[in-house]
Design a protein around this ligand. Structure first.
Ligand SMILES: CC(C)(COP(=O)(O)OP(=O)(O)OC[C@H]1O[C@@H](n2cnc3c(N)ncnc32)[C@H](O)[C@@H]1OP(=O)(O)O)[C@@H](O)C(=O)NCCC(=O)NCCS
Length: 160
């Protein structure tokens, strides 16, 4: 990967079909037979929590190779307070471009944009092996639990 060979820009309406295809290709057979993430983003864009200013695509030589998006969510504190934060993804890179540094470049750029908008934290389910390289850690280290999960259950998938 060359730092100057890609562009990251906001997703536009006429990208929707291509982006859903890209996401399907990225996730296909990775976590289970087939995948549903392309349908998830199809629905998420109409959710009030969706943040259009943080809905990004990555292009290389005029072709879409990656995408990432964010949704608003809240942390419910034990004392009744709530804190506005973000949740993220799906994030995907097309199969032939995986493990070349594009995913990290897209993740880091989009996190920077989220921070510029004033969001203080991003929480989501993910693989620590990839996300730790961009500063993520287990949410339980910050005292943040996954809703409805028993306190002693494994929550190592839940990152902050
Ligand atoms: C996960 C994904 C977005 C990562 O993008 P990528 O371009 O392949 O990753 P990068 O090349 O930028 O990797 C950055 C670092 O994370 C590591 N990494 C990436 N994917 C990893 C994985 N699945 N497991 C372990 N480490 C991983 C790489 O080794 C690299 O570290 P290094 O630079 O020290 O070698 C991409 O592989 C993908 O689309 N996967 C399928 C969909 C998916 O799982 N999305 C995330 C759901 S939470």
């Amino acid at each position: 990967m060359n730092k100057n060979d890609y562009t990251i820009r906001l997703e536009e309406k006429n990208d929707y079909g291509a982006v859903e295809n890209l996401v399907r290709e990225s996730f296909w057979n990775v976590y289970r037979p087939g995948c549903s993430e392309h349908y998830v983003i199809h629905v998420l864009r109409n959710d009030p929590a969706f943040v259009p200013e943080l809905d990004f695509v990555m292009e290389l030589d005029g072709k879409l190779i990656g995408q990432n998006m964010f949704m608003k969510t809240v942390i419910d504190a034990d004392d009744g307070r709530t804190t506005d934060v973000l949740t993220m993804g799906p994030i995907g890179i097309i199969p032939e471009m995986k493990r070349k540094g594009y995913g990290k470049a897209l993740l880091d750029y989009t996190l920077e944009k989220a921070a510029e908008m004033g969001f203080g934290a991003v929480l989501f389910e993910g693989n620590i092996a990839f996300y730790s390289k961009s500063g993520f850690d287990y949410s339980n280290k910050f005292g943040i639990r996954y809703h409805d999960l028993p306190e002693d259950a494994d929550s190592s998938f839940f990152l902050c």
